[in-house]
Design a protein around this ligand. Sequence first.
Ligand code: HEC
Ligand code: HEC
Length: 281
Amino acid sequence: MKKLLSTVACGIVAMTFGQAAFADPDNNNLTVEGMAISTDAKAMAGGPLDQLFSGWRFRASETQSLQMDDFDNPSFVFVEDGEALYDKVDGSEGKACSSCHEDVAEFKDLRPTLPRWNEAKGKLYSMEQYINDCRVDRMGAEKWKWTGTNMTAMTSLISLQSRGMPISVATDGPVADILSKGKEIYYTRVGQLDMSCANCHEDNFGNMIRADHLSQGQTNGFPTYRLKNAKMNSIHARFKGCMKNIRAKPFKPGGAEFQALELYVASRGNGLAVESPSVRN
Ligand code: HEC
Ligand code: HEC
């Protein structure tokens, strides 16, 4: 027990924030395949942040450059898996995605608006749910796991269609209550380290935590290829990782809490360009 306690105590000491060599985001410009993609935006008036910055601006230049060329970007291996799945017949109805959605480019306006209210279902919908509804109800196929490799391959392919477009999730109307729930989660201290999302991503972005240059924790780049686990990571998987890092019991990926948080975090990034699929460490 004594050993455990001292390990935890060490963890807490290590969680102090340090000044980075560059305390602010750097001034690098992101150009992908000849297209300039803005990595900052002015925040909505009255919000918690003045200026919004993509997480790309806080990464080391070697990591940044991986995202600047689709050939170097490891995400594109997974985007290709998504393309193959898109054309693959699956389920009792003998259909593929492309049987009904001929060209994946038809989804180009979708990613910036998600998650959003689904009127027919009477609830908040993330991209994963739209995809699984089609698989189950229209293809007679099995659901994909929210954070699984088939799902992230497909969400990477669909999100890519919106690259460069500004995030624009709705925050009023039927989602207003869910948004406030997400906000409450964002500011609530949890876990053995007793920290909130805001302690790191609002109060300390630009500072160092251990070896990491802290960003604003924006979601405009998701799904994200992480060098750490060499695969595509969904938004909920990242939230789960951050909660585990502060030794909190994470909410369930695909559950109501993470969906509310997904909406609230997206709204904090309204105006930032979609960078999916991005590269982070
Ligand atoms: C102890 C500090 C800490 C806390 C608390 C924390 N995070 Fe993070 N988070 C990090 C670090 C470190 C990274 C990786 C570097 C970066 O992008 O900031 C990260 C990355 C992220 C990213 C990826 C950003 C990108 O551009 O790829 C998101 C999204 C995120 N966090 C959301 C959250 C949410 C939501 C919470 C609350 C449930 C949270 N974090 C709590 C430290 C923290
Ligand atoms: C049998 C036809 C059919 C198949 C097969 C199908 N879909 Fe759909 N899909 C639809 C219809 C119909 C809608 C609802 C369209 C609408 O509401 O505008 C839809 C909606 C969607 C949406 C939400 C679009 C939006 O703008 O709201 C996504 C994302 C989607 N499908 C992805 C997929 C993917 C990925 C696959 C394969 C895994 C797939 N669909 C398979 C017919 C199909």
